[in-house]
Design a protein around this ligand. Structure first.
Ligand SMILES: Nc1ncnc2c1ncn2[C@@H]1O[C@H](COP(=O)(O)OP(=O)(O)OP(=O)(O)O)[C@@H](O)[C@H]1O
Ligand SMILES: [Mg+2]
Length: 266
């Protein structure tokens, strides 16, 4: 009898080990699958959409100006400079995403965390203004340094800002506010926050929002958060969301503190 119980235990243990091995294999296969062309194409389509929209907006502005017959060459030149910069950015996004999906490699450079927020503010300003959204910065004093791929981290922040702008379309204009914040946490990691005053993440969807292709938007691809999470994980950080006290959503991510050896390897 005892022997039988022992055998049963052995069988259960073996089954559990087999199950775990299978789950691990599934995860590896999934990881392999998402690194395929399909995922890459979807990722590129998603990330390049923002610079393309900006290019279209600036081009329309130029046409409008020319249509009025009252414009200065400076105004047109400025819009063209924006168009050129956004086109270069689109090319860079494709290049980085291609390397990233292929090798899951992160290019690391030492950058100021606050600088990343300021760059995103510049990139997102047209879109925000267009939607009556005000973005404010709460930058950590003595801008902490992070070691990261700047273009990819900007992309993560842009994805979060874009989601916040989308989420606030239905709220009164006085509430359409986004706060971008950097902060050094107790472990010395740099924590970034994007907070909005929209309806917040629906509790029934909270577990799913980071899954690829999960979307509640008619035109959404459901990729922004899943791409962002894999970028942050590849940097050794975490990405998560909580409710904003007073209503809305708060998305956070961390980037590891710079160690002395990481700093000196530059
Ligand atoms: N700030 C937010 N407030 C409320 N809900 C949000 C917010 N950010 C994300 N969500 C929810 O999470 C879902 C997934 O977001 P995600 O960015 O991955 O995809 P998406 O925005 O729907 O499409 P896209 O691929 O264009 O980014 C959204 O459809 C929305 O339901
Ligand atoms: Mg999105």
């Amino acid at each position: 009898m005892l022997r039988q119980v022992g055998t049963l235990h052995d069988i259960t243990d073996r089954r559990r080990a087999e199950d775990e091995a299978r789950q691990m294999q599934d995860r590896i296969t999934h990881f392999g699958r998402i690194s395929t062309m399909g995922e890459m194409a979807a990722g590129i389509a998603h990330e390049v959409n923002q610079p393309l929209t900006a290019i279209a907006t600036y081009a329309q502005a130029c046409q409008r100006l020319i249509g009025t017959g009252e414009f200065s060459a400076d105004e047109i030149a400025e819009a063209l400079a924006h168009i050129g910069a956004q086109a270069l950015r689109a090319g860079e996004v494709i290049r980085r995403l291609r390397t990233f999906v292929k090798n899951r490699e992160v290019r690391r450079e030492l950058i100021e965390a606050n600088r990343l927020l300021e760059d995103v503010l510049t990139l997102a300003q047209t879109d925000a203004r267009h939607n009556g959204v005000h973005i404010s910065l709460e930058a950590a004093p003595r801008s902490p340094l992070v070691q990261a791929d700047a273009v990819q981290i900007q992309q993560v922040i842009l994805n979060l800002v874009r989601n916040s702008i989308d989420a606030m379309q239905g709220v009164p204009e006085s509430r359409r506010q986004i706060v971008l914040r950097t902060h050094v946490d107790v472990e010395g990691d740099v924590e970034f926050m994007v907070a909005d005053r929209g309806p917040g993440v629906d509790p029934s969807a909270a577990a799913d929002v980071f899954n690829p292709f999960f979307t509640t938007k008619p035109g959404g691809m459901g990729l922004g958060l899943s791409i962002s999470r894999s970028i942050i994980r590849a940097h050794g950080g975490k990405l998560w969301c909580t409710a904003n006290p007073g209503g809305g959503a708060r998305f956070f991510f961390t980037l590891p503190a710079i160690t002395a050896s990481a700093g000196s390897s530059q």
